[in-house]
Design a protein around this ligand. Sequence first.
Ligand SMILES: C[S@@+](CC[C@H](N)C(=O)[O-])C[C@H]1O[C@@H](n2cnc3c(N)ncnc32)[C@H](O)[C@@H]1O
Length: 282
Amino acid sequence: MARGRVSDETLVVTNKLEAHYGRHDGLVSDILAGLSAAGYDIDSLDPTALSGADEFHLGGRLATIALLESVREKQPESVLDVGCGIGGPARTIANELDVTTLGIDLTPSFVETATELTARVGLAGRVSFKVGNALALDLPNEQFDLVTLLHVGMNIADRPRLFAELARVLRPGGQVLVYDIMRIAPGSLTLPMPWASSDDHQHLGDVDDYLGALRAAGLEAGEPVDHRAIVSTALRRAADAPPPVNLSNLMGPDFVEMFSNLRTAVAAGLVAPMQIVGSKPG
Ligand SMILES: C[S@@+](CC[C@H](N)C(=O)[O-])C[C@H]1O[C@@H](n2cnc3c(N)ncnc32)[C@H](O)[C@@H]1O
């Protein structure tokens, strides 16, 4: 399929995804009102003040920083964050690695929110966003040193095509950093989950699915890492010192049920937040 084109079937799933992620209107004003109510000066915001609401993956900002340790050594200069949500990881990556970052996401309201929040925290010169589909990126070949994918693959059925596309935009010697919820044991899961309201856009894979898809895309796959310990630490810290805004500001009141279902599945040993780094031969 040509660059940037998606099939009709993909468009149907896209609509379902938009209904799931785009459920909550007025994101920026809701987040800023929450910060203001907590006593923050919203005209002079540090990006970390947003991190309860803008890092939409298990472990939040703490996990993002831990993940970056595995790719820091290669000193990437240009980073693509695929499925960027409202941009928290892209802003953290830009600050932590001192790089320029482009975030792409299928959900237009998330991209608008990401752009507005990034301007508000003074990072617009280094971090930008656009609407796009991970399965058909409207980007040239071999443009990025690092591609990150945080809690996005659970929405994508065609993982071989996903990783072929990520490998295409990666420079030789570049890396793909994956951090997804993966299946670690059989057993039924209760929906809604934070990434899906119904089965048509829930596509959990296991470690072997990911390793197979990475290798089929010509990438060398590193050892998978289970990050449940970091997630427990992050949850303890959030319980001790609740952040001024949280993922209910992003997803609405239903997030409480989504998160409870995910916690139950993690505690039952059915799923885990797993990291895998893929490298494109130089
Ligand atoms: C659970 S959120 C994670 C957001 C972000 N990576 C983070 O960690 O804060 C999943 C994101 O993936 C996006 N997404 C799902 N399928 C996608 C696709 N095919 N292409 C681009 N974005 C996609 C959704 O719109 C949503 O913003």
